[in-house]
Structure formats: structure tokens, C-alpha cells
Design a protein around this ligand. Structure first.
Ligand code: 9YT
Length: 131
């Protein structure tokens, strides 16, 4: 079994900050744990908007604290995300992710697992696991 602590992970190289400063993410479980998914805690910063489309991954996102918004671009729907809400990007949904006044902290599961080196590409995706 593996036990890891969020604050210790943040201090030991598992904390990644978006190039545009919109969010940071602590990768608590990664591909090299070999369990088929990754798990991270992400802070979406206040007043930010991020264009995302995980073309090669599925992602479940659970809101722990704060408030944000997801706009799905295919249909223009806007979802307010509050503590206790989960959204699942089961169709590789292209979306805009926004942090409201206080930002938002979320827990994220990716399949396939992130390796920890991913950065958002121009089209909002992460490279496939084998690239
Ligand atoms: C919720 C979301 O997709 N935020 C962007 C960062 C992502 N969770 C990551 O790479 O950790």
C-alpha cells in the first residue's frame, strides 16, 4: 500500500503550475504507480478561464471547496460547480473551466494516468500517454 500526504507531495516535486498561472495541481498518484489511473488535487485560481479538451483522456472532477463554472462548447451549457459536485468528461468534452471569486479546489482522476510531465497544448489537450 502507498500513503502520501498532500502537503508533502507539494514540497517534493509533485506540484505542477500551469504556464499561464490559471491553476496548480499536485499529482498524488501517477502513471508510474501502475494502477491505470492518476489522481491529483488541483486549485483553480480566482477569475481564471482555461480552455480544455482532453482528447486522449477521460477525467472525473470532484469539487472539494470554492466555486467554479464549466461551459461545454458543443452546446453552450454553463454548469456552476460547488462543493460536492462532480463532473465527468466522458465524451472528451471541449470546455471552458472558470474559477469564481474564491477559486476552487478539486480532486481529479485521469484515465489513462498522467505521467506528471503533461502541459496543456494549444488545443487544450494533453498528449496521449505513449507520445
Ligand atoms: C480540472 C482540470 O482539468 N484542471 C486542469 C489541470 C488538471 N486537473 C491537471 O493537469 O492536473
Amino acid at each position: 500500500m502507498i500513503v502520501r500526504n498532500l502537503e508533502e507531495c507539494r514540497k517534493s516535486g509533485r506540484l505542477v503550475t500551469a504556464e499561464n498561472g490559471n491553476w496548480d495541481s499536485t499529482r498524488m498518484v501517477l502513471a508510474d504507480d501502475n494502477v491505470g489511473f492518476s489522481f491529483n488535487i488541483t486549485r483553480i485560481f480566482p477569475g481564471t478561464e482555461t480552455h480544455i479538451q482532453y482528447k486522449h483522456h477521460f477525467e472525473a472532477v470532484f469539487c472539494i471547496e470554492g466555486e467554479g463554472e464549466v461551459e461545454t462548447l458543443a452546446d453552450g451549457k454553463v454548469y456552476t460547480i460547488r462543493p460536492g459536485d462532480m463532473y465527468l468528461l466522458n465524451e472528451h468534452d471541449e470546455h471552458l473551466l472558470r474559477g469564481k471569486e474564491k477559486g476552487m479546489t478539486v480532486a481529479c482522476v485521469f484515465n489513462p494516468a498522467l505521467t506528471g510531465k503533461e502541459v496543456h497544448r494549444e488545443d487544450g489537450s494533453y498528449a496521449p500517454a505513449d507520445e
